[in-house]
Design a protein around this ligand. Sequence first.
Ligand code: ZN
Length: 199
Amino acid sequence: MYQKLAKIFKTKTKADEILLLLDDQKEVVRQAFYEEEFPKIEDFCKKNNIFVSKSKFKILFSDEESGMYSNKGITIQEKDKRHAPYFYYFSKSEEKSYLANYYELIGNIEEFGKLLGYPSCCIKYFVNNFSSRNPDPEIKDCHPLLNLSKREQDAVLISHFPCNKECEKSVKLAKEKIIVISKYSLERVNELKTKLGIK
Ligand SMILES: [Zn+2]
């Protein structure tokens, strides 16, 4: 099941997040996809009672990142002809899928972050530290469970910027995620532990 999911959602990191949704550990998950990637995903969502809504804008990423971290991308209008992915908001609740979409559109980071299950301390940190001058509020040398540096190698456990190196709430989320993934793929858990340096 795990391999199939990773194939449909293009990366293991994205598959991991969908597992959190299926297991009711998260209410909303946001991921970037090109429109042409979407039919198989849509099909999966229909079969699994997941609602999904698409952003009104596209995102141009500055590098080959997976698009989990929107901070590095700039948004462009839908009518812009450049080939770029959209954000898709997945939820078992149709209302929450649209709400997350809307909150991101109007830039309400607090409400958006809450729906995506980010800890309140980290939302506050992001609001206070993120700006166009500082688009990457990543703290280096975090606790291994909060390690964001391997995300381009498809290994990361949290989908937000932790407010400090040892943020307890983020560590808890990462631990819960490992438990969920372990129900589906021990191989994936081992891969994550190796790549992130978790003992
Ligand atoms: Zn925090």
